[in-house]
Design a protein around this ligand. Sequence first.
Ligand code: GCU
Length: 331
Amino acid sequence: MTTRRRFCTWGAGTLLLAGLGVPSAFAAEARTLRLSHNLTTAHSVHKAMQVMRDRVLELTDGTLSIDIYPNAQLGNQRESVELVQAGILDMAKTNASELEAFDPIFSLLNIPYLFESGAHYYRVLEGDIGRDILGATAGKGFRGLTYYDSGARGFYATRPIESPADLKNLKIRVQPSPTAIEMVELMGASPTPLAFGELYTALQQGVVDGAENNPTALVTARHGEVAKFFTLDEHTRIPDMLVISEASWRSLSNAHRRALRLAAAESMASQKAAWQRASDAAVSTAKEEMGVEFIEVDMAAFAERTRPIRDRVASQSSRARRWIEAIEAQA
Ligand code: GCU
């Protein structure tokens, strides 16, 4: 509301200045970008994108606005990235798992146990490799703008999972990503690819026995109402990613691009601390209000099973091998 009001004020100011013959750096290029994502408005990633939207407005004298459409109103992650790729939608928040279908290079970020800690993950994403991955799809209709923290993923189900043996024959929802499918198969379970928005009903109706995600999914998507056991096996740290259509990017002025890049980077930094708070709060709510039990496990047993994935992704290309080795060297 405040932002809108400010936007109107600036808009009037710009017109007024133009009327007086005072040029504004942005006067002729007012634009609105549409951004789709599948999370709720309570999620830290949604809030970070609001920070970006407000900052962009500020940096561009109100001439570049972003309309954010949450809750998959404009389509699920796959559909949204397809629209972005086709130049029909400007921006989408997705994640590296979903993006594997668009370019195999993203499987790099989905290798189980590649990142040894949150600090390792940030070293990579904030460094050269993180930057290069954002630009990797520039010739494919979209490019990455920034990453958002989505924590470490674990299995959660209607039954306790204490070792990979407990996964045997369970139907586990995964994102539609070849690496996620392979990971769950190697653990001995049956992977069921589904869009995030379809998962609550699938859990409730017993179509799947469980899923894997970070703890906020228990609360923001209410999965903890059905799945009462969350295993802290931390198999992957898959970043959420903000992407923009090449067509939209090319149509922006240099000043707008600079403002968007800066605002996106600032929103990533703001979400870093917010993520940890949101994740801790989700664990408390899931435990205390939803009765979810969190299970500590021997992660090495899970890591052992998934080792072939690293080798398979490394054999994909010399670039993938080089980047995996560089990521490991930063642990
Ligand atoms: C994470 C991510 C979502 C994604 C979801 C999933 O929660 O933030 O964007 O859709 O995982 O498992 O589908």
